[in-house]
Ligand binder design. Structure first.
Ligand code: FE
Length: 254
């Protein structure tokens, strides 16, 4: 299994505090059946800065440590960059790092809203040959209230990644059911852990895929697993036609 979003690099953000915690996380990942992890430290989210070259160097160090520990899991470089107006310039100057130097760029929106310039910026990003992947749209307040925003972005070429723990209900019932709605409406293309540690924010990939398998069958599990592999190759992923999320009807009883 491949995990495309994980805060496993030691001491760079609110993920693994030190190397021993990174190793603990790697062990947990191996238990889950994960063999490839993309390290995606926060960048420019008001607290942390992790530019391209620093990430690549730290990924190399972590891989060496994991080989010494005899852990069969490989770390690849990535970044969870918070959206900002000069993202294209940031890519050109070598600050922004798409996943493993493929065209796929993980983009984090603020948790409360979707900036109005997002659509224009995503257009510009795509004009550079990159593909924006919105991380955890199921936890964005404005998308929860107006899923039409995500529908429009996906229709115009953006992709999205739902967090495994959201599907398992770790962020509450509302976020769980919204995550399932996103899957059903073809508004998400990848499942990843966004793991920060081995306790409160752990992997839950196996559990999420078990749930998807029970609810929707093997085909969808294969699709998500295949998409993660295709992303890492820099190939085209499978995309079904996105649909609008139907508003649940509420009946007043008088
Ligand atoms: Fe994250």
């Amino acid at each position: 299994m491949i995990d495309l979003h994980c805060h496993i690099l030691p001491g760079v953000d609110d993920g693994a505090k030190d190397l021993s915690e990174s190793i603990k996380m790697a062990k947990k990942a191996v238990e889950q059946g994960i063999r490839t992890i993309v390290a995606t430290p926060h960048h420019l989210n008001n607290s942390y800065e992790n530019a391209r070259l620093q990430i690549i160097a730290r990924v190399e160090e972590l891989n060496q440590a994991l080989v010494q520990e005899n852990l069969e899991v490989k770390i690849l470089p990535g970044q969870e960059a918070r959206i900002y107006g000069e993202m294209v310039e940031g890519y050109e100057s070598g600050e922004i790092l798409p996943v493993n130097d493929t065209p796929y760029l993980l983009v984090e929106l603020p948790s409360s809203h979707v900036p109005r310039y997002t659509e224009k910026l995503f257009f510009d990003i795509q004009m550079k040959g990159l593909i924006p992947v919105i991380v955890h749209p199921e936890r964005n307040q404005e998308i929860i209230e107006r899923p039409e925003i995500l529908y429009q972005l996906v229709k115009k070429g953006a992709l999205s990644q739902v967090t495994a723990a959201s599907i398992c209900g770790d962020f509450g019932k509302k976020i769980k059911s919204f995550s399932l709605q996103l899957i059903e409406a073809n508004l998400t293309h990848f499942i990843a852990s966004d793991a920060h540690n081995t306790s409160s924010r752990t992997f839950k990939m196996r559990e999420a895929f078990d749930m998807i398998q029970k609810k929707y069958g093997n085909e969808l599990v294969y699709l998500f697993e295949e998409n993660a592999a295709l992303l890492l190759e820099g190939s085209h992923i499978y995309k079904e036609v996105p649909e609008r999320i139907k508003k649940k009807k509420f009946f007043k009883i008088f």
